[in-house]
Design a protein around this ligand. Structure first.
Ligand SMILES: Cc1cc2nc3c(=O)[nH]c(=O)nc-3n(C[C@H](O)[C@H](O)[C@H](O)COP(=O)(O)OP(=O)(O)OC[C@H]3O[C@@H](n4cnc5c(N)ncnc54)[C@H](O)[C@@H]3O)c2cc1C
Length: 470
């Protein structure tokens, strides 16, 4: 397959949400695994770096090429089948579109990165993406049953759960932090596992087989306001324990999402209807699994015990209530984007997670940051995104330094430097904080065995030889 070399077309494939801008000599858009295999074999034979790109929503520069060819998965977007328990689809289908089709068939595929309508199924696997519902359902990894992968040699392989990793592949043996994590090669339980979270460095995923589950019939939405962070955290601890004790109980949230005072303020500017005394908010969802009245009673009791601002808190299954929740939730990213545009500088967002016992400690550290910022995210997994909003180059440099210091502290607490976005090209130094040199050497040995000329995803996870740190 001849690559497209017209710069005006290639240009559209050279960046991602990290704002890093790369360059490439050619673009290929294969339509099936055989074409992918032909391209990969050609690149391997000629030492041409090959970067897989999909929705380009990565925040880490992972799909950004620095030379060679870029392979877009956009035409690998076919749904092969949707059955009762499994579905099979091409890697390039948008995740949200795939989920909509699955739900039309009355089934459910839970992983829900916020970007799900702009990111692809294959990349969600390649990055082990997660989302709000991961509190209940975990990240993408446990939902993957099988993969079709083109190895960096150009060989097409199909792997099913339980297939052993080929004996000649040196798998990394290390202990990941006991938190939600998407940093580095996970010690694989089988051959499928090896290609989940590899960030496009070990193989091109062309087709994905996933497990489906029951589509919840009814979901209760909750928007709770609290006078301060401490009372919100008190509620989270109670709700999280209850959900772990009984995942189908009256108080068993499927997501617990935190919004700090700055987020509440952004929402107030846009939707108005936000209580004056609110210093924090939680957005939560509860799948209706017992009598609705029992859910309501359990939620109100726990919310009031924790000190929620009862008059302003919404617990709803109605369309009107949901609209209020929706408007509030969307006001926050819209407000942040406006600030980023007004500042004319990129935001710098953390992706750290820590063990349960360290939640308040890391939140103290986030709140001690003096640069302009907003804090929100997946508090059920102790995984919050602190978004620095620098206004000039000096603040940008300070934000990066503060980020590195926070990453070091999260690691010292037994946490991860990336819970969901991955390492890519801009967080390699953080991976080295979490993983010592012998483990990094194991990662490199695996990479070299599968990809001897190091053509695939060059610069992601590993710094190319002779290149300055990015
Ligand atoms: C607004 C916003 C919200 C986000 N929210 C979340 C969130 O809630 N949770 C979360 O986990 N992430 C989130 N992300 C990050 C991002 O959306 C995810 O990492 C997503 O999985 C990337 O998908 P993509 O299709 O855009 O892939 P790209 O950004 O194009 O690529 C990402 C990586 O995957 C590799 N890759 C892509 N397809 C394949 C393939 N078929 N085979 C092998 N490698 C492949 C690429 O080489 C690259 O390394 C968010 C990003 C944005 C901008």
């Amino acid at each position: 397959m001849q690559p497209i070399t017209d710069p005006s077309i290639v240009e559209g494939y050279l960046t991602d949400a990290s704002n890093i801008h790369g360059h490439a000599e050619g673009l290929v858009r294969p339509r099936n695994a055989a074409e992918v295999a032909e391209i990969v074999a050609h690149c391997q034979a000629h030492g041409i770096p090959l970067t897989v790109t999909a929705g380009r929503t990565s925040t880490t520069g992972a799909p950004v090429p620095f030379g060679g060819w870029v392979l877009s998965t956009e035409h690998l977007d076919r749904i092969v089948s949707i059955d009762q328990d499994t579905a099979v689809a091409g890697a390039g289908i948008y995740l949200g579109a795939f989920q909509d089709e699955v739900e039309r068939a009355g089934r459910f595929f839970p992983p829900d990165p916020t970007s799900r309508h702009e990111c692809t199924l294959g990349a969600a696997v390649a990055c082990n993406a997660s989302g709000a519902r991961s509190f209940r359902y975990g990240p993408t990894r446990p939902w993957v049953l099988g993969l079709e992968v083109v190895l960096p040699t150009g060989e097409i392989r199909r792997f099913h759960r339980g297939d052993p990793v080929p004996a000649e592949w040196p798998v990394p043996a290390w202990t990941e932090p006991a938190v939600k994590t998407a940093a580095g090669y996970a010690p694989p339980v089988d051959a499928v596992d090896l290609f989940i979270g590899q960030e496009g460095t070990l193989g091109v995923i062309t087709e994905v087989t996933v497990k489906l589950t029951e589509l919840p019939e009814q979901v209760l939405g909750v928007l709770a306001f609290f006078p301060d962070r401490q009372s919100a955290v008190a509620f989270v601890e109670v709700a999280r324990d209850a959900a772990r004790r009984d995942p189908k109980g009256a108080l068993s949230p499927r997501c617990l999402e935190y919004l700090d005072a700055a987020c509440v303020e952004l929402a107030r500017e846009r939707v108005g209807d936000v209580p004056e005394g609110a210093g924090a908010a939680l957005f939560c969802e509860q799948e209706v699994s017992v009598d609705e009245e029992d859910h309501l009673e359990a939620w109100w009791e726990a919310l009031l015990d924790a000190g929620a601002l009862a008059d302003d808190t919404v617990v709803t299954t109605t369309d009107e209530g949901r609209e209020k929740l929706h408007a509030f939730r969307h006001a926050v990213p819209a407000g942040i984007n406006e600030r980023v545009v007004a500042n004319g500088m990129p935001k710098v967002g953390t992706d750290l997670a820590v063990p349960d016992a360290c939640l308040s400690e890391i939140m103290d550290l986030y709140e001690a940051v003096t640069l302009d910022n907003v804090l929100f995210g997946h508090i059920g997994d102790n995984h919050l995104h602190l978004n620095f909003l620098p206004k000039n180059d000096e603040e940008l440099a300070r934000a990066k330094a503060e980020y590195a210091a926070l990453a070091r502290k999260a690691v010292a607490m037994g946490g991860t430097v990336s819970a969901e976005h991955g390492i890519g090209k801009i967080k390699r130094e953080y991976l080295a904080m979490m993983v010592d040199e012998p483990v990094l050497a194991q990662f490199r040995a695996l990479k070299r065995t599968l990809d001897p000329a190091c053509i695939l995803g060059r610069g992601t996870l590993f710094q190319p030889e002779g290149e300055q740190a990015r």
